[in-house]
Design a binder for this molecule. Structure first.
Ligand code: LLP
Length: 412
């Protein structure tokens, strides 16, 4: 986002004019930022054959999927619908990883029929795969390396109490099932959490994964998951992606020597690709002084961006309407009938009724975690490509809320 002639722009488009044209609240995504992030990651791992699989749970608008496909990414999916959206966006099925958790075997069979690259994370499912398909379907296995990693406990997925993955202590069991059915174990996978800053943590996990991989001759790849941290505010910590790229590549090359065979690696960035590319724009309905603070009440809430309330996540807030206003503390709160504070006593340029605020880092897990709570429709989405703003999802309406409801005949 840039400030030029007193107006904020994103991807060359004036942000206030977006709200005038498409209404508020509004999700806005910038293609150039996604591409910048993709290229940075791609370059950082230039030292090794790598496939970047966008973890599309972060943001699945089909136009975003089409864009990431265009710039060269594959896809990481967790549900049949994500998989279907990927196919609709033009991905080849074998460019789509399917990593379900606690789904039925029927769902796995459908994913196999669609041709996705299967990644399973429990032993009973591997048994079922073997019974039904023998070794005819290549499968990778998600390992839980027992590492505590990530921004907070809610987004940490590779520790001993996590529901994800097959424990690293159960590799013998994987070997046993694989031998019993002649499974084609194509790769091993891990994803230990989101917002991991320390490159040592990734290296530690990779080491554990690759050691386990020595038990499987059929391995063609290791998938190290996502979880790269992006900055949420000025001077915030971020994963040093260049350092990670060179250290991890070196480690993998050593391992190739040790194994005596080559492999490629996969990465599954979600936030890294789309977090900074997205903003949620909202209008201030009320400015209210209380004995405790000054509230700026906006026309959005935990129904549209739940991360601050759910994870205590920090999202920078800019007052687009008053770029040079005197900075003073405001508490920004949503319009939902629950406590849905976005920020408490945050220094922001003077907020007045009618001003438009921008919530930063809203591209990942913003719209995707939105709901219809309080019977509020979900926002529209706009995608900025080559200096032009495109509406890529219209705002929901009352009719949308009623569409799946079935009106009973109460007189009967
Ligand atoms: N791969 C797998 C198997 C995953 O489960 C995830 C995220 C990713 C990759 C991508 O992780 P990322 O690069 O985005 O950190 N809703 C939470 C984040 C939950 C992440 C779930 N899994 C949040 O808003 O912070």
């Amino acid at each position: 986002m840039h400030l030029t002639n007193d107006r904020y722009t994103l991807g060359g488009v004036d942000m206030l004019s977006l709200v005038e044209e498409f209404g508020s609240p509004l999700y806005v995504y910038d293609a150039a930022t996604i591409e910048r992030q993709y290229k940075r990651l791609d370059t950082a791992f230039a030292g090794i054959e790598h496939h970047i699989k966008y973890a599309c749970k972060a943001l699945t608008n089909v136009n975003i999927l089409r864009f990431v496909r265009q710039i060269g990414a594959g896809l990481d999916t967790v549900s049949l619908n994500e998989l279907q959206l990927g196919l609709k966006a033009g991905f080849e099925a074998n460019d789509i990883v399917y990593t379900p958790n606690n789904v039925s075997f029927d769902e796995v069979k459908e994913a196999i029929a669609l041709g996705a690259q299967l990644n399973l994370d429990n032993l009973p499912m591997l048994e079922k795969l073997g019974q039904a398909y023998g070794g005819s379907v290549p499968v990778s296995v998600r390992i839980n390396p027992h590492i505590m990693a990530g921004g907070n406990e809610k987004i940490s997925t590779g520790h001993i109490n996590s529901k994800f993955g097959i424990s690293i202590t159960q590799v013998d069991d994987i070997v046993r099932v694989a031998e019993k059915y002649g499974l084609d174990i194509a790769g091993l996978h891990m994803h230990t959490g989101s917002e991991i800053v320390d490159t040592d943590i990734f290296l530690q996990g990779a080491q554990i994964l690759m050691e386990a991989g020595r038990r499987f001759k059929t391995i063609r790849f290791f998938d190290f998951g996502g979880g790269f941290k992006v900055p949420y505010k000025a001077d915030d910590k971020e994963t040093n992606i260049e350092e990670l790229g060179s250290r991890l590549s070196a480690l993998c090359h050593e391992e190739m020597k040790q194994r005596g065979s080559n492999f490629y690696i996969c990465l599954e960035p979600g936030k890294y690709l789309v977090s900074e590319a997205g903003m949620l724009l909202a209008r201030v309905n009320v400015v209210k002084q209380t004995p405790a603070t000054t509230f700026a009440g906006v026309d959005t809430g935990l129904n549209h961006l739940i991360r601050p309330m759910f994870y205590k996540a920090y999202h920078d807030i800019t007052n687009l309407s008053n770029p040079h206003g005197a900075v003073r503390p405001f508490s920004v709160a949503g319009y939902i009938c629950e406590t849905d504070n976005f920020a408490w006593e945050r220094d922001i340029a003077d907020i007045r009724e009618g001003d438009v605020l921008a919530f930063h880092n809203a591209g990942a897990y913003g719209m995707m975690m939105a709901s219809n709570y309080n019977s509020r429709p979900r926002p529209a989405e706009v995608f900025i490509v080559n200096g032009k703003a495109h509406l890529i999802r219209r705002r929901e309406t009352l009719e949308d809320l009623l569409r799946t409801q079935i009106l009973l005949d109460m007189s009967a």
